[in-house]
Design a protein around this ligand. Sequence first.
Ligand SMILES: [Zn+2]
Length: 252
Amino acid sequence: MSPPTPFVPALVIVDLQNDFCPPNGALPVPSGRDVIAPINKLLQLPFVLKIATLDWHPPNHISFADNHPPGNAPFTSETIIPHPENPDRIYKTTLWPVHCVQNTPGAELVSELDQSLLDGVVKKGQDPRVEMYSAFTDPFHEGQQPWDPESNSVCTSDLARTLKEKGVTDVYVVGLAMDYCVKSTAIHAVKYGYRTWVVKEGTKAVAGDDGNRDSTREMEEEGVKIVGLESDEVAWVQGSAQGADVILRCPW
Ligand SMILES: [Zn+2]
């Protein structure tokens, strides 16, 4: 199967940070370290853009159970988060242990990741008032019509602008955790108009097999395609560089 044309692929590595990895992370994803080798393989491919995202919270972030009244427990308690300027708009979210606090070792990318091959880093979750699973934008735009995150969200990153500047057509998403930040980022990539692929060897769910199954279903319902490292869709990326070489070798 040959790639669609045009085909301009980008790789987005979501939150591959110490705090999301066993054995010492504050919010470890089971088998989270298993994604590192497949992701390093993907980094060898000629994506036009290779971006890592960072969960990057201030200590008073709203997602930390410790910042809520006693009785709130990480993983099991949920909270309602109101829009800072429009409290009629809300969303419900799970509370977490303190994790990925800005400028701490837990917030650093895992050392085994081949960071020399990255083109850039996108930070998210810096606003203490707002949870931000997706590397594009927070959830406050959800349910609003038309779909317009730029005007309906409180926090947006520069990821959408960066992809657009490079003329990207296809976004390959990997990282942690599959059932939260990878899922939200991939679904938003579809909504921004990209063909979107999640490479299954490059992601793990914090809720284990259940999280894998449920997030796979949710992503597929939204138009994300789940593919393997050995799939045609990943092979297209290697082929895209050969195509570029042909053009470069035809200077007349
Ligand atoms: Zn977080």
